[in-house]
Design a protein around this ligand. Structure first.
Ligand SMILES: C[S@@+](CC[C@H](N)C(=O)[O-])C[C@H]1O[C@@H](n2cnc3c(N)ncnc32)[C@H](O)[C@@H]1O
Length: 242
């Protein structure tokens, strides 16, 4: 069983025995990290859209999916969403009905229970599907995605979800207006995304910087990272390949 850890904002996460890493940045906090690094940048960017198709890589304890529901309810958004989320660990998903989530998720407790029991939840405005299996296979069947929450463990232990080949599949399933959100900021990971075709931007919603990626150049409040220039200046840095 993975160890339960209380993070800086009071919300609980787990420390993965298999990957030897916590599921969240302990200093930022689990729910705060999910909201500031994934949900808020994605929903701010897609303010005008009334329907969003979201890929949550990977479900884990589910903070990114659950914070998305919390954010919609809290802001009373008139929007419908579809969330698709692959996850290896069936035992983890089965255990989530008993996980000690923060009080922000109390209202969605019945949804958590249903996801944990049946791996899906559907009502008029919300459709969530968790798929037990390898994300690399799962993503090959998706299309027209608006948002990708790229939240795998780090590349040292979860390499298959940070390579050029992986991001090429992510690029292909994204529509032209899609946004990819990730906590990762290292040059080699940004190069993997860039070599797959993405334009790279940086924001700093909390103390730490983070990366946003898009299929085309954007006129947004974020720092554009010129990856061609990075490549010229840092010839040591290399994209990650399978
Ligand atoms: C950092 S955690 C995800 C954190 C998640 N956003 C949350 O809020 O808990 C990474 C998750 O990805 C899963 N995972 C890693 N590689 C995978 C793969 N190739 N396919 C499916 N799931 C994978 C792990 O089992 C783990 O639950």
């Amino acid at each position: 069983m993975d160890e339960l850890i209380k993070t800086e904002d009071g919300s609980n996460t787990l420390f993965s025995k298999k990957y030897k890493q916590p599921f969240h940045d302990l200093k930022t906090g689990a729910i705060k990290e999910s909201l500031t690094k994934h949900v808020i940048p994605a929903f701010e960017f897609h303010k005008q859209k009334k329907h969003l198709r979201i890929l949550d890589i990977c479900f884990g304890i589910g903070y990114n999916t659950l914070s998305t529901l919390y954010y919609i309810l809290k802001n009373n958004l008139n929007i419908s969403i579809e969330i698709f989320s692959p996850e290896f660990d069936f035992t983890l998903i089965k255990s989530l009905k008993d996980f000690d989530y923060p009080e922000e998720f109390y209202e969605i407790k019945p949804i958590i229970e249903q996801l944990s029991n049946t791996l899906e939840y559907h009502n008029q405005n919300i459709s969530i599907t968790i798929c037990i299996g390898d994300a690399r296979e799962y993503i090959k069947n998706l299309e027209n995605i608006d948002v990708v929450y790229q939240d795998a463990f780090s590349a040292e232990v979860n390499k298959e979800l940070w390579t050029v080949q992986y991001f090429t599949d992510i690029y292909n399933l994204c529509n032209n207006k899609a946004i990819v959100t990730t906590y990762a900021v290292s040059t080699n990971i940004r190069l993997s995304m860039f070599e797959a075709g993405f334009e790279i931007y940086e924001i700093r919603p909390v103390k730490k910087k983070q990366t946003l990626a898009f299929k085309t150049k954007q006129n947004i409040e974020a720092k554009y990272i010129d990856m061609e220039l990075k490549k010229q200046r840092n010839t040591e840095a290399k994209a990650i390949y399978d």
